[in-house]
Design a protein around this ligand. Structure first.
Ligand code: NAP
Length: 246
C-alpha cells in the first residue's frame, strides 16, 4: 500500500508543461507544484514565462521555446534531461472559419503547434521519461461535437484522439492519455472582443448541465489525476460541464 502511495504521489516528481505561460498549462503547473512536484514550464514568450514563474515556487524552471519548430523541441529535451510527466497544452488563439473561407496554407499552419508539435515533443521527450511516468495531451470536444466553422479544430482534436491511443500502445508502460475540454475561460478566446467573449461564456454556460463554462483549474485537476493514477492509458477524459449531453 505504501509502495503504491509512493508511485502515485507527485512529491519530488519532475513535471514538464509545454504551453504553460497561461490558461490550462499554467493552472496545471501551479496544481502540480502544490502537490510537491518540481515543475518546468515552457511557452514561446520569455516575458510571459517570467511572469508565470512568479506564481510558482522558487526553484521552478521556465524556458522560451517555439514549439511549432521541431529542432527547438529536440534541443529543449536534450538540455532538459530526465523527468517524470509531460503535459502538452500549447495552442494558438482560436480562429474559426467556414470551409468556403478557409485559406489552405493557414489551415496547414494550425497543425504545426497543436499536432506536429505534439508528435515532436513525444518523439524527443519520451526517451527521457522515467519509470512510472506519463504523457498527457490536450484535445477538445470540437471533435465529437463540432459547430459551423470548427473544421480545423475538429480535425486536430480527432487526430489527437487516435494519436493518443497509438502512443499508449507503442510507448507502454508509459501511460498516454488526453483531456478533452469543453469551453474553458482562458486566453484562447482572446481573438474575440471582451464583450463577445463574456456573451459566449454566459450563453454557453447557461446551456450546459452544470450551468457554467469551465475554469483552467477544472482541467488542471484532470491532468493531476491523469499523472497520479497508474492504470489508465490510451484514454480520453472529457471535462465539459455536460456539453456532449445537451
Ligand atoms: N480554453 C478552451 O476553451 C479550450 C477548449 C478545448 C481545448 N483547448 C486547448 O487547450 C490548449 C491550451 O489552451 P488554453 O485554453 O490554456 O489557452 P492559452 O491560455 O492561450 O494557452 C496557450 C499556451 O500556448 C502557448 N503557446 C502559444 N504559441 C506557442 C508556441 N509557438 N510555442 C510555445 N508555446 C506556445 C502560450 O504561450 P505564449 O503565448 O507565452 O507563447 C500559452 O502558454 C490549446 O491547445 C487549446 O486549443 C482549450
Amino acid at each position: 500500500m505504501e509502495n503504491q502511495m509512493n508511485k502515485t504521489a507527485l512529491t519530488g516528481k519532475r513535471v514538464i508543461v509545454l504551453g504553460a505561460s497561461s490558461g490550462l498549462g499554467l493552472a496545471t503547473a501551479i496544481a502540480a507544484a502544490a502537490e510537491g512536484a518540481k515543475v518546468v514550464i515552457v511557452s514561446g514568450n520569455q516575458q510571459r514565462i517570467n511572469e508565470a514563474l512568479t506564481r510558482l515556487p522558487a526553484g521552478s524552471e521556465g524556458y522560451a521555446v517555439d514549439l511549432s519548430n521541431e529542432q527547438n523541441i529536440k534541443n529543449f529535451f536534450e538540455q532538459a534531461g530526465y523527468f517524470d510527466h509531460l503535459v502538452y497544452t500549447a495552442g494558438e488563439n482560436l480562429t474559426l472559419n467556414k470551409i468556403s473561407d478557409l485559406v489552405l496554407a493557414d489551415a496547414h499552419s494550425f497543425f504545426n503547434l497543436r499536432y506536429w508539435g505534439v508528435l515532436a515533443a513525444i518523439k524527443y521527450g519520451a526517451p527521457y521519461i522515467r519509470e512510472g511516468g506519463s504523457i498527457n495531451l490536450t484535445g477538445g470536444i470540437a471533435s465529437p461535437r463540432p459547430n459551423t466553422g470548427w473544421g480545423i479544430a475538429a480535425s486536430i482534436c480527432g487526430a489527437m484522439e487516435g494519436f493518443t491511443r497509438a502512443m499508449a500502445v507503442e510507448l507502454a508502460p508509459i501511460r498516454v492519455n488526453q483531456v478533452s475540454p469543453g469551453v474553458i475561460r482562458t486566453n484562447l478566446w482572446n481573438s474575440m472582443s471582451a464583450e463577445d467573449r463574456e456573451n459566449l461564456y454566459t450563453s454557453v454556460g447557461e446551456a450546459l448541465l452544470l450551468k457554467r463554462v469551465g475554469e483552467a483549474e477544472d482541467i488542471a485537476q484532470t491532468f493531476i489525476y491523469m499523472m497520479k493514477q497508474q492504470f489508465a492509458t490510451g484514454q480520453v477524459i472529457t471535462v465539459d460541464g455536460g456539453a456532449l449531453l445537451v
